[in-house]
Ligand binder design. Sequence first.
Ligand code: MLT
Length: 215
Amino acid sequence: MTTSPLAADAALSFTHRFEPALRPGAAPLLLLHGTGGDENDLLPLGRALSPDAALLSPRGKVLEGGMPRFFRRLSEGVFDHQDVKRRANELADFIGEARAKYTLPAPVAVGFSNGANIAAAILLLRPEVLAGAVLLRAMVPLEQEPAAGLSGTPVLILTGAMDPIVPAGNATALARMLEGSGAHVEHVTVPAGHGLTQSDLVKAKAWIGALPVAR
Ligand code: MLT
């Protein structure tokens, strides 16, 4: 059987889609969808943000009323912290598997909402796994501050000024937590709610374009 690079691939530990790089040099993007999304959701966003990059897009394994997520929550904004840890480690392991299978350098995560929160948890718990991250509408994912380990990892947090789900103070606390762990954080508030806008796209694209060449 021939496998299309665009096909959903269940052979690794997460169902996912992979699109190879169109030219070498751009960091691969790890695309992490929001609640109710899947592995197809963010491929167009990834292609718009970094036209030449390899794209790796897993589907969250947790189901909430049939909607895929990356970890369990008790209610909106109230997380099951044990599950966050378990799932962040599981996803970090998948990234290692996918890097070996597709011969990729460490990816830059682009996560939206629940996907941004699991990306933040991976940064804090497994700091060696990601080369950077764009966190779109992210919140603090963990109870206690993990030890430093993100030596200069670049992180862009884009917060919506009118976001009804992410309180401004919570996004600021996440920025401080990541900085405290050694990340180089840029935190920008855009005139938006929880949904993404053109401003997010413009800012994220410019930020990704300025990253060093991937090895
Ligand atoms: C989460 O559960 O990760 C956040 O509340 C965002 C969401 O998915 O609604």
